[in-house]
Design a protein. Structure first.
Length: 148
């Protein structure tokens, strides 16, 4: 049994989501893995950077490409706590990422609902630690509503 499985790496993405939560950002976290090694860790920074494109996945793609010294992530896996939006899914297409593993589904704005196409060779695994990934988001938005 491989200790470095989808659950292991999704827990690492959840740690990133927790960091976003603590900063008042929408708590989405991502890690990118190459040969069982995390090469990029990221979380949403849209509020801190005042940048609508500063999603966890976008930050992770940039970091991973920098680490590898090239823009293609064909042999990498993206672990992200929330189903990517169409912007992030579109960026994943251009990176040619090998696999996307996500936790909670995004029923309104997720790439699958929006009809965004991924790279034809990208594999997708949905629902890894879905409950935990969804809980942190629910908690965040309940607290946000109660403050307003």
């Amino acid at each position: 049994m491989n200790p470095f499985d989808d659950v292991y790496f999704m827990k690492k993405a959840l740690q990133e989501a927790q960091q976003a939560y603590e900063k008042g950002e929408v708590p989405v976290g991502a890690v990118i893995v190459f040969k069982n090694q995390i090469i990029a860790r990221a979380h949403n920074l849209t509020e801190r950077l005042n940048d609508v494109t500063a999603h966890a996945e976008m930050q992770a793609f940039t970091s991973a490409a920098d680490f590898l010294g090239g823009k293609y992530l064909k042999d990498c896996v993206l672990y992200v706590t929330l189903e990517p939006c169409q912007m992030c899914a579109g960026a994943s297409y251009w990176t040619q990422i090998g696999k996307i593993v996500y936790g909670a589904s995004e029923p309104k704005l997720g790439f699958s609902v929006m009809g965004t196409k991924l790279h034809p060779k990208t594999k997708v695994v949905a629902g890894v630690l879905e409950e935990e990934c969804g809980q942190i988001l629910k908690k965040f938005f309940i607290e946000k509503r109660n403050l307003n």
